[in-house]
Each structure stands twice: as C-alpha cells, then as structure tokens.
Design a binder for this molecule. Structure first.
Ligand code: PRE
Length: 369
C-alpha cells in the first residue's frame, strides 16, 4: 500500500523549529564547555587525591538553579535535567559504579538512575545483602538500598544490615512507586498466577482481591524477576514498573494498581568511608543514627532531651527489636542538620553520653527534586 503523502510543514512551525535547532546547537556548545570545566576539576582532584562525586555540591547546584529558574521551564524539571548533565560530566572525570537490586527494571534501578543520572556503571545484585557486600568489597563505589516504604513501613533487611555494616550513608532519594500489572497478552482473562516481590503483592492487595481474586500470588526476589518469569509464561502476570514492561516486552494490562496512590519508597546511598569522605554541609542536611538505651523507666525520654535542648529536629524515629530477648530496641533516628553545625554536634555529644549504643550512619544532603 502506498504511504500517505506527508502534509507540508506550516511556515510558522518550521521557523520555530529552526530557532529550536539553533538553540540546541548553542546548548550543546555550552554543555561541552561545562564538560571541559568538569574535566579540569577532575584533573585537580586527581592531583589532590580527592574523590570525584560530591553529593553536597550537586545538591547545591540544583538548589541554586531551582531558586533562580525564571521559567517557563517548570522548576520540577530542573533537578532531573541537571542530574543528567552532572552525571555525564562526572563520568568524564571517573566512572561511577553503582550497585543495586537487579535485574534490570527494578525500582532500585530507577532510584539509582534518579540519584546518579544514567552515566553510571550498573552493578546488578541478586539481594540487598549483595548490594552491601559488593560495595564493601570495592566492586562498586556506591550501593543503593531501599530503607522505607510509605505503605509497608521499614525494609527490615536494609535496617538490620545498616546496624553492623562498615559502610555509611552519603545520600538519600525517594521514588513514587507506581505498580502496574504486566503481562504478555494485553488482557486480564486467563491469569493464573501473579508473580512479584512480597512488598509489591502487599501494596496491591486490594486491587488483586477485587480484580484477580482467584489468581495465586507468588513471591519473587524482585518485581523485575517476576516480569522476567511472566515474559516466559502467558498465564502469569507480574507487578512492576513501566520500565520493566519495556525491558521484558510486556503489556501494561492495568496501570497504577497500588492501593495507595501516594506510595513512596525511600532509598539510602551507601559507600565505604575509607574510600569516600562524609559529605560536607550543604545547608539542607540530614544525619542518621542508630542508638539504644538501657531498659529503664524514662530512658527514651532522656535520649530526646539533648535534641530538644539544642533545637535539633527529629524527622524520623523507628524502632527495631535488638533480638536480645530482653524487650530491648535499636532506634533509627534522622536529625535535621550536619555535625559541622555547633548545635548539632553538641546535641550529638550529649546524646552519645546517654546511649548504651550509638552509631552515626551518615550525614548527607536532603533529597532534592
Ligand atoms: O564541582 C565538582 O567537584 C565537580 O566535579 C563537577 C560536578 C559537576 O558536574 O557540576 C561533577 C561531579 C561532582 O559530583 C560535583 C559537581
């Protein structure tokens, strides 16, 4: 059959596109000048023996641009654009190897790319334990691990490993988790099994009960692994990201099936303190700790006194059983501020004095969107 004749481009559209082309060439020139400067910074860092990735500097660059964005470009567009620009510039200085829970298409991958940009070397791991192990062994420079979901609560395995790992946190990022039902055929009929990570099955419990009440819910090590299996079995559906649907050639049979439309997962970025210094203060920082107190009346209250006294805000307070059989707990605490700020360092010193166990997990710039 003959192709329909292409309609001629209107002169106004042509003129606007020519202006866009000219600006794109200008932008490319500017981006290359920026890349040249990053290369020079990389040379300086090599001479000094210092690390390339500076999360506090990247956060400041993005914060600064957002504050001065004249529009009409949406301020929400600034962070993703500049993350990619800085990712490409960083890659010219040195490769950034990032470990996360694979296979391709996981939310962990989305978080890793969202935080570091796409110019990274991907180190796909089979479990959260492996992410920590690969990073600790130096096979990756950074690890990205989920720590908390707004629906399901803490990711227990990550929190438990954070207690003993020699790694520390240098950043955080959170992600809107939109779960989709994926399948080889674009139909709900004939699905016998829904295969996904237990957290995803739980996040979509209501939808699955309403729409696929008779389908078996089968746990997988990750949503992407469920998608990989669904690609080979027409009677199986997966629950995963749209990224996984294109990765495994599946249809999005039903989009956004999570019970909570505001479902978010927070990830921590970990690294080896022997190879990477703690980020310097960026002006909007968080300090994460694990502490425990002896089991006596008023002990938890005493723990909070130094924070109140020195005006340090606590943004997270989570407890995990210490497994001592004594009803003792570890408390996972996030504080606003950086230990370089005197009121924060004094509060931390006083807090350490009243704790039986005290570990600083890291201090890092708050997530910038
Ligand atoms: O300013 C630096 O230290 C740079 O290396 C440049 C740059 C950038 O592209 O702006 C790149 C990597 C760092 O993580 C921070 C910023």
């Amino acid at each position: 059959m003959a192709e329909p004749a292409a309609s001629p481009i209107a002169p106004e559209l042509l003129a606007l596109r020519q202006q866009i082309d000219a600006l794109d060439r200008e932008l490319l020139g500017l981006l290359n000048r920026r890349a040249g400067l990053a290369l020079a910074v990389g040379e300086l860092k090599k001479q000094e023996g210092s690390v390339v990735f500076r999360p506090e500097r990247e956060a400041q660059v993005i914060d600064g641009l957002k504050a001065t964005n004249p529009g009409p470009l949406g301020t929400d567009s600034v962070a993703p654009i500049w993350r990619e620009i800085m990712s490409a510039c960083r890659a010219l200085e040195t490769p950034t190897r990032v470990a996360y829970l694979g296979p391709a298409g996981t939310f962990s991958e989305e978080a890793a790319l969202g935080f570091f940009g796409s110019s990274i070397v991907r180190v796909l791991c089979a479990s959260i334990d492996e992410v920590f192990a690969m990073t600790a062994a130096g096979a990756a420079d950074f690890g990205v691990v989920p720590v908390e979901n707004s629906n399901e609560g803490v990711v227990a395995r990550s929190l438990d490993i954070l207690l003993t790992t020699p790694l520390f946190i240098i950043g955080e990022t959170s992600l809107f988790v939109r779960q989709n039902l994926l399948r080889k055929d674009n139909a709900l009929e004939g699905i016998d099994v829904v295969c996904a990570h237990p957290q995803a099955l739980a996040q979509c419990h209501g939808w699955l009960s309403n729409h696929l009440p008779h389908a078996e819910r089968r746990p997988a090590s990750s949503n992407a692994e469920g998608a990989r299996q669904a690609a080979q079995n027409p009677k199986m559906a997966a629950i995963a990201s749209t990224r996984a649907s294109s990765e495994y050639g599946l249809h999005v049979v039903a989009p956004a099936i999570q019970d909570d439309p505001h479902n978010r997962t927070r990830f921590a970025i970990v690294t080896d303190p022997h190879r990477h210094p703690a980020p310097k203060a960026s002006g909007h920082d968080c300090t994460s700790l694990i502490v425990s107190v002896t089991n006596r009346p008023g002990a938890v209250h005493d723990m909070l006194v130094p924070l109140k006294k020195h005006g340090v805000s606590m943004t997270r307070f989570e407890s995990r059983p210490a497994r001592s059989g004594q009803w003792e707990y570890y408390f996972y605490i996030d504080l606003q501020g950086h230990p370089d700020e005197p009121h924060v360092s004094t509060a931390l010193k006083e807090l350490r004095d009243v704790c039986a166990f005290f570990k600083v997990l890291g201090t890092y710039p708050l997530d910038v969107h």
